[in-house]
Design a protein. Structure first.
Length: 310
């Protein structure tokens, strides 16, 4: 297992280098001039040259790229071009907030959706199954933006159950994050439960499952010991591949609810032309995808010993 992890990490190095090169060229070689963006078109040549020296943009592109690689390795991305704040501090604080927005509904949905899908599959074609199918198809047909606007108006503005927007640290954060959590749960439940139900129904009448029933196994034991384990691999893969899209969705949540996470930080940097933040978030996103892919392979191997890591 250890050798496999090392091998996968080594295989990821070319991917990260390629993303770093594309990111650097996109922002430094072909992107807008950050100095002109900061000073405006009427700045004097002396002021422009001084700021270029201060930001290290007067160096050849090759040296700038080497410095960018150093930043990636050391996780030291320097300071914001606009605010002058340390990016490491900003990214750490924003990442913790973004995780608090994304992880609780993801973990809750990953557990509860499996249980609901098992229950529905056990009562397939019954009243519960038919009602659930109609409900989840209807829920999946609604845009995420509609959920945000409708629930923000109804639950926050009209009923006052949640703050309309804003954020506080500590335990008070749960009060501000309750509505974003609810919206993400609604967005996750429909696709997840439909997929899991299909996976369970594919095995629930298989020969080996009928054999287990014939030997006297209870329906609960059949579902938990025979049907569920056979669906673990697609369930794990689905959940891990959902994480990047969930993070992107959190950008919308953070913007609409004024939550100071990575999403809000990135959108603000984009509007201000703050290149260091944009480059850092892009590369960190690529690193996160590499980690998610590795995590998926490891979890699949643990869930099914038949999968050979070699």
């Amino acid at each position: 297992m250890g050798a496999y992890v090392v091998r996968r990490l080594l295989q990821a190095i070319p991917t990260v280098l390629g993303v770093a090169l594309l990111t650097f060229l996109l922002f430094n070689a072909f992107g807008p001039d950050p100095v002109r963006t900061a000073l405006g078109n009427h700045a004097t040549p002396e002021a422009v040259a001084a700021l270029r020296r201060q930001w290290g943009l007067d160096q050849p592109l090759a040296l700038q790229f080497v410095d960018f690689l150093r930043q990636i390795v050391t996780f030291d991305y320097g300071k914001s071009f606009v605010t002058g704040e340390d990016l490491g501090t900003q990214l750490k604080a924003g990442a913790l907030v973004s995780l608090s927005v994304t992880l609780p509904p993801f973990i809750f949905a990953a557990i509860v959706d499996v249980a609901i899908a098992l229950f529905i599959a056990r009562h397939r074609d019954g009243v519960v199954d038919r009602a659930a199918r109609v409900l989840f198809v209807a829920a999946m047909s609604v845009s995420a933006l509609v959920y945000v606007l409708a629930l923000q108006y109804l639950l926050a503005f009209r009923l006052g159950w949640f703050p309309i927007n804003g954020y506080e640290g500590g335990w008070a954060a749960a009060r501000y994050l309750g509505l974003p959590w609810l919206i993400q749960l609604l967005l996750l439940m429909g696709p997840d439960i439909r997929l899991y139900r299909t996976l369970f129904l594919a095995d629930i009448d298989a020969d080996w499952v009928r054999t287990a029933r014939a030997k006297g196994a209870s329906e609960r034991r059949v579902l938990l010991r025979h049907v569920l384990p056979n669906a673990w691999i697609p369930i794990i893969t689905h959940n891990v591949t959902t994480i990047p899209f969930l993070i992107l969705g959190s950008f919308l949540m953070e913007r609409f609810f004024s939550i100071p996470g990575i999403g809000n930080l990135t959108i603000d940097a984009l509007s201000r032309g703050d290149l260091p933040i944009l480059k850092a978030v892009t590369v960190l996103g690529a690193l996160a995808l590499v980690v998610f892919n590795l995590l998926n392979d490891l979890l699949v191997a643990l869930a099914d010993p038949r999968v050979r890591l070699s």
